[in-house]
Design a protein around this ligand. Structure first.
Ligand SMILES: Cc1cc2nc3c(=O)[nH]c(=O)nc-3n(C[C@H](O)[C@H](O)[C@H](O)COP(=O)(O)OP(=O)(O)OC[C@H]3O[C@@H](n4cnc5c(N)ncnc54)[C@H](O)[C@@H]3O)c2cc1C
Ligand code: SF4
Length: 508
């Protein structure tokens, strides 16, 4: 697929819009199926490769209405089954088709608190859009109704009008809940628990809120302003935030409950511990974990060379090891930080890459070079300990492994060397052991992920957990889904406590 400028998309769409305007109810399925997919307008790849502005520009009203008219309103609603938080997708899309945008936002928000974020970063192509009947009819998931783009449109429409509604909060119950971590899991728990009138405090290790949405996913995919506005809604609900507060260091988790009076705790501490390759040369100057690289660039604003003090390595040739979203973000960030050449080195093929298809496409358009069926064997340094190259091996695909993907098998004797000055390791993240080490009763699995039951309750009374700290590195929407479940369990626990206290008061 080649890049199509926004004005070309708009011109094409306006013609269709004029034809279908106001006819949603009378359009037959065969008419809807003839409407072509409305591409997402995006910045020119040559321009955006050197700025941090958002790549995807977003639909205009007419573009959104035309795309919404592609929805068949299927009675079986398979798209809802594909959504981890079960947004009523046909209903919100119908409202867009009818130009009733606020009603559309209201429907989305019944199930998802952070639609502007999910509309931007959710892997819709493997969730709701993968099950969409239009995509199936056209035998191409890329031609499914663009549910994510429509979700983003509706959320942006509301935000741009300054009309974001603050959810209602019930009268105060006097119960206190501590949330550890301000990523999507923690934020969702905070909102859902606060709605019931409980007093909520979020403790965050960093000086800024949002978890990976702030320090990992770059501005060009998810602008910080959007994360800030979503969080400001929580502040308006009366949720308290304690930043620069590392639970397990600043204060023990058990003290929060025993001494500070919290009635329940939710752990949403994510998977922020970088995993390295364990190869020779990984301690050379010029080797970064993707986490460090992106945190410097995003959270510590290293890209803003004129205003930020954060140093960042001046790279000419960068290799990123890995094939997920984190690898794509690192590669595209390296380009924006001035690298002349950026390679993504992945030991399987493009088919097995876990990164979102759209991100891979955008990376290619921007000039990132992909090297498949290759991997690093060792990183080479000069006498000053700085990276100067990397020895790589070639691979072929063997039988499928436990993940169902074909196993990469090394081709013996296939070593070759590439010259470069920076290596970014983006092969995954594990969970930080800080909390589990300080609370030995907290049961974790062999990867250090907290073990929970179907209600997100941990092995310790009144402690719940969800998101990446339970699932391992996953997705924003899955973290939110777990947060939703945990909040329901915490609300249930606290409602029982309130009832018991009332009975005790009556009987005393
Ligand atoms: C670079 C990158 C790109 C990604 N791209 C996508 C994408 O496109 N789409 C998608 O769906 N997902 C993406 N993901 C994954 C997604 O961001 C995560 O699955 C999601 O953020 C997990 O949410 P969480 O709330 O569990 O944890 P996190 O977002 O990791 O938040 C955890 C928070 O807890 C804080 N914390 C940790 N320990 C403590 C402590 N002891 N005390 C206090 N605070 C603590 C951390 O500082 C952090 O702010 C990406 C991840 C990365 C790293
Ligand atoms: S499956 Fe696709 S076409 Fe059918 S209701 Fe859902 S979004 Fe619309």
């Amino acid at each position: 697929m080649t890049y199509v400028p926004p004005e070309v998309i708009e011109e094409k769409v306006l013609e269709i819009y004029e034809d279908i305007k106001g006819r949603y109810a009378e359009l037959k399925n065969k008419d809807k199926l003839k409407i072509p997919t409305v591409e997402m307008p995006a910045q020119d790849p040559h321009v955006r490769a050197h700025n941090l502005e958002e790549v995807a520009i977003g639909y205009t009203l007419e573009e959104a209405i035309v795309e919404a008219n592609r929805c068949l309103q299927c009675p079986t609603q398979p798209c809802i089954d594909g959504c981890p938080v079960r947004i009523d997708i046909p209903a919100f899309i119908e409202k867009i088709a009818l130009n009733e945008i606020q009603q559309s936002v209201d429907i989305i928000k019944e199930a998802s608190l952070l639609p502007a974020i999910c509309g931007r970063v959710c892997p819709q192509e493997s969730q709701c859009q993968a099950t969409c009947i239009v995509g199936k009819a056209k035998k191409d998931v890329d031609k499914a109704v663009a549910i994510g783009r429509l979700e983003r449109f509706a959320a942006d429409w509301e935000r741009e009008r300054g009309a974001i509604k603050v959810p209602e909060v019930k009268p105060e119950t006097g119960k206190k809940v501590a949330i550890v971590g301000s990523g999507p899991a923690g934020l969702v728990v905070a909102a859902d628990v606060r709605r019931e009138g409980h007093d909520v405090t979020i403790f965050e290790a960093f000086h800024k809120l949002g978890g990976v949405m702030r320090y990992g996913i770059p501005e060009f995919r998810l602008p910080n302003d959007i994360v800030d506005i979503e969080i400001s809604t929580l502040k308006k609900m009366g949720i308290k935030f304690q930043m620069n507060y590392v639970v397990g260091r600043t204060r023990k988790l058990t003290d929060l409950m025993a001494k500070d009076g919290f009635d329940a705790v939710f752990l949403g501490t994510g998977a922020g511990l970088p995993i390295f390759m364990g190869i020779e040369g990984e301690n050379l100057v010029g080797v970064f974990s993707a986490n460090e690289y992106l945190t410097r660039a995003n959270l510590m604003r290293a890209f803003d060379r004129e205003h930020a003090d954060t140093p960042i390595y001046k790279s000419k040739v960068v290799a990123v090891l890995g094939g997920g979203n984190v690898a794509m973000d690192s590669a595209r960030m390296a380009l924006r930080l001035g690298a002349e050449k950026v390679y993504v080195i992945y030991r399987r093929t493009e088919v097995e890459m876990p990164a979102r298809k759209e991100e891979v496409l955008h990376a290619k358009e921007e000039g990132i070079e992909f090297h498949f069926l290759q991997n690093a064997k060792r990183i080479l340094g000069d006498e000053k300990g700085r990276v100067v190259g990397m020895e790589c091996l070639r691979y072929e695909l063997g039988e499928p492994d436990a993940s169902g993907r074909r196993r990469p098998v090394v081709i013996e004797g296939s070593e070759f060397t590439i010259d470069l000055d920076t290596v970014i390791v983006a092969i995954g993240n594990g969970s930080n052991p800080l909390i589990s080490q300080t609370v030995p009763e907290l049961k974790v699995n062999k990867w250090g992920n907290i073990v929970v039951n179907e209600k997100q309750k941990s092995s310790v009374d009144k402690i719940y957990a969800g998101g990446d700290i339970v699932l391992g590195a996953a997705t924003v929407i899955l973290a939110m889904g777990e947060g939703r479940k945990a909040a329901a369990s915490i609300n249930e626990l606290l409602a029982e406590n309130v009832e018991t206290e009332k009975e005790a008061e009556i009987n005393s």
